[in-house]
Design a protein around this ligand. Structure first.
Ligand code: HPA
Length: 295
């Protein structure tokens, strides 16, 4: 535990703690991952793509939290996606579960020490953009971090320079080359309902009011969710390339009296119904990334 900071974040884990976790994992598995993958709500099936999987439950990993949201598997799975060695988080941690942001992003730093150079993040999100449909896939080109607007950021507290510098530029945080390859991949597969847009991150777990959804639209958001950007910030801090996409699982209510009340079960059902398409995309994306040496 960190003794270097006297602020309220004094329980932050240090480089030594991250190393301890990474070394534990290295002692358990032979695979040296090049890409990390974080499975979003309803997207745990991505791990079924992995060949020669080696599975470690979160409960066995030093300092790892436990994901409490239904549909998150609580397993770290190493394996090969096509030719690429990967480590896949089947289950992520959210701020609204009560975890401080530095703990939400702890696995990103562990994956960095395991040797990844790229992080692929997925999530389920609600659409603000009226032209998006449930089941669409939106490649994230930028984000609006309302949790940061509210004064909370995973990089707050003591900054360990061995991970990255104190102040982190956040322009071009989503890798343009990988984004381009993702778009080409979707075209190759003749996928329908592919979008590219801006993800707004809120704290959750309450979903948006009509007024909040309208406000997000004015701000320039296309979708809204409660994850991803914290991990992206930690990834950018330690020099990882990032690619992220949202599966549109709900449409945010933009008017009063509508029928589209959001339920978590509906979000999981959309994940299930679009699973085959997401897996087809991931398989081809990883083949293309490997072929172009892009990740
Ligand atoms: N808001 C926040 N998170 C979400 C939503 C939403 O409407 N839908 C799926 N995840």
């Amino acid at each position: 535990m960190c003794e270097k900071s006297c602020v309220a974040f004094c329980k932050q884990l240090t480089l030594e703690d991250v190393e301890k976790t990474a070394n534990f994992l290295k002692s358990k598995v032979d695979i040296q991952p090049r890409i990390g993958i974080i499975c979003g709500t309803g997207l745990a099936g991505i791990t079924s793509l992995l060949n020669n999987p080696e599975v470690i439950p979160y409960a066995n990993i030093p300092y790892f939290p436990i994901a409490t949201v239904a549909g998150h598997g609580n397993k770290l799975i190493f394996g090969y996606l096509g030719p690429t060695p990967v480590v896949c988080m089947q289950g992520r941690f959210h701020f609204f579960e009560g975890y401080p942001l530095w703990q939400v992003v702890f696995p990103v730093r562990v994956m960095k020490l395991l040797g990844i150079s790229t992080l692929v993040l997925t999530n389920g999100a609600g659409s603000i953009n009226n032209s998006y449909a449930v089941g669409d896939i939106m490649f994230i080109k930028d984000h609006i971090n309302l949790v940061n607007f509210g004064g909370m950021n995973p990089l707050q507290g003591y900054n360990d320079e061995s991970f990255g510098q104190r102040f982190v530029p956040m322009n071009e945080v989503y890798d343009l080359n990988i984004l381009k390859i993702a778009k080409t991949t979707a075209k190759e597969l003749r996928m329908k309902g592919i979008q590219e847009g801006v993800y707004a991150c809120v704290g959750g777990p309450s979903f948006e009011t009509v007024a909040e959804a309208k406000a997000l639209k004015v701000l320039g958001a296309d979708v809204v969710g409660t994850s991803t950007v914290h991990e992206v910030i930690a990834a950018k801090h330690c020099g990882l390339k990032c690619f992220a996409f949202s599966l549109i699982t709900t449409k945010c209510p933009m008017d009063y009296g509508g029928k589209n009340t959001i339920m978590h079960e509906d979000i999981l059902a959309v994940g299930k119904s679009r699973e085959a398409e997401v897996l087809r995309f991931m398989q081809r994306l990883f083949a293309n990334l490997a072929q172009q040496n892009a990740a």
